[in-house]
Design a protein around this ligand. Structure first.
Ligand code: ADP
Length: 259
């Protein structure tokens, strides 16, 4: 169980030296995995602590008679419970994606049709901030993947684009195909992300501006789920961003192959 232990000896025999290198390499990898597991436990505990302690405080105040248990106070407790349930649910989604518990049901998805249906779903949110959503896709532009999961990726990226855009902004959805890959872009002209935050953006519970995100209710799981879905398809996700000018999230999916 002492991960990270290294064999110092060198061997003149090539096979033995390869074996030593392989064991040393494995030991480092096991140590890294163990650290990540601990970090996840710590992150989950941290995320659950705040809503739980708010809930405990509010309920105790009502039980002690300091607070009258009226509709408003009960509603606030209920909201915290919904937030907690949502964190747990999203963690479960992430867990099954990362552990490949679920089979993907891949099919050809017409991106323009998907975007039209998303525009309808987001109509109210877009209208509330007077944001224009423009789709640069024509009928027959196909992405190969699990319909429900690709839709989830788009929902996560569009919600963020709306959240981090100013009133009157614009969001663009693009698709392009080459011989092997389909590339989908979700581009906003919103607040943007500082360069030093970009490497951590896809980590679970990561938020650029904690206070801003807490106010807007973000939990920092959306992008981890999006990344896990894209990677589960054998694809990649990246981001380009300029603070004050906006961000572009780029998802690349392999096209349908015989394999
Ligand atoms: P959250 O639920 O906080 O939005 P995400 O995992 O979706 O969680 O995003 C993580 C963080 O990345 C957000 O809190 C925000 O700081 C930043 N972010 C994501 N998308 C954008 C965007 N389009 N523009 C600016 N910042 C963004």
């Amino acid at each position: 169980g002492k991960y990270g232990t290294q064999i110092d000896q060198k061997s003149r025999n090539e096979e033995t030296q390869n074996l030593i290198d392989a064991i040393n390499d494995m030991s480092v990898k096991l140590q890294t995995e163990e650290k990540q597991k601990r970090q996840i436990t710590a992150d989950v505990a941290h995320e659950l602590r705040t809503p739980l302690s708010n809930l405990q405080g509010n309920l105790e105040a009502m039980l002690d008679g300091i607070w009258e248990p009226n509709q408003e106070k009960l509603l606030s407790c209920h909201e915290e419970i919904i937030r907690l349930a949502s964190i747990v649910q999203q963690m479960q989604v992430l867990y099954s994606l990362e552990n490949r518990n679920e089979q993907l049901e891949c099919e050809s998805i017409d991106f323009s049709v998907l975007c039209r249906s998303l525009s309808v779903d987001f109509a109210m949110k877009l209208e509330a901030k007077q944001i224009r959503l423009t789709v640069y896709a024509k009928k027959g532009d196909i992405v190969w993947g699990d319909r429900y999961k690709i839709r989830q990726c788009m929902i996560n990226l569009i919600s963020n684009a709306i959240q981090y855009s100013d009133v009157g902004g614009e969001i663009e959805l693009h698709i392009s195909n080459d011989d092997q890959y389909t590339t989908i872009l979700v581009k906003d002209h919103g607040v943007g992300i500082p360069a030093d935050e970009l490497p951590n953006l896809f980590e679970r519970f990561y938020r650029v501006d904690k206070s801003r995100s807490t106010k807007t209710g973000g939990m920092g799981i959306g992008l981890s789920i999006t990344k896990a879905i894209v990677e589960r398809h054998g694809g990649m996700i990246s981001v380009e961003s300029t603070p004050g000018k906006g961000s572009t999230f780029i998802m690349t999916f392999p096209q349908k192959s015989e394999k």
